[in-house]
Write a protein that binds this ligand. Sequence first.
Ligand SMILES: [Zn+2]
Length: 98
Amino acid sequence: MEIKLPYKVACLNCGAVVLTDMELECVGSYERKMGLELEHLATFDGVCPKCGGDIYVQVEVWEYPEGNIEDYGVVTKGAKELEEPKFFDSGCLSEELL
Ligand SMILES: [Zn+2]
């Protein structure tokens, strides 16, 4: 699972659009009825390019069953969401070709 980049947020201090660059990492897996539930986490810890204010963004995604986004959550500090994060399964393309 990957997050579509750049993911845009707005600085709470000056309103500048900040393009975050982050990667989803698998942080957990849980055995469930239809297979594995995977937990992914991406964090961005940076500063606003305009005012230098601290920007922190954390995106958490639960994938279950595999390839399906079950739920996700976004936490921001010093910034607000401008758009919903979009995700794509890096394995989808090759599966469709089969
Ligand atoms: Zn700013």
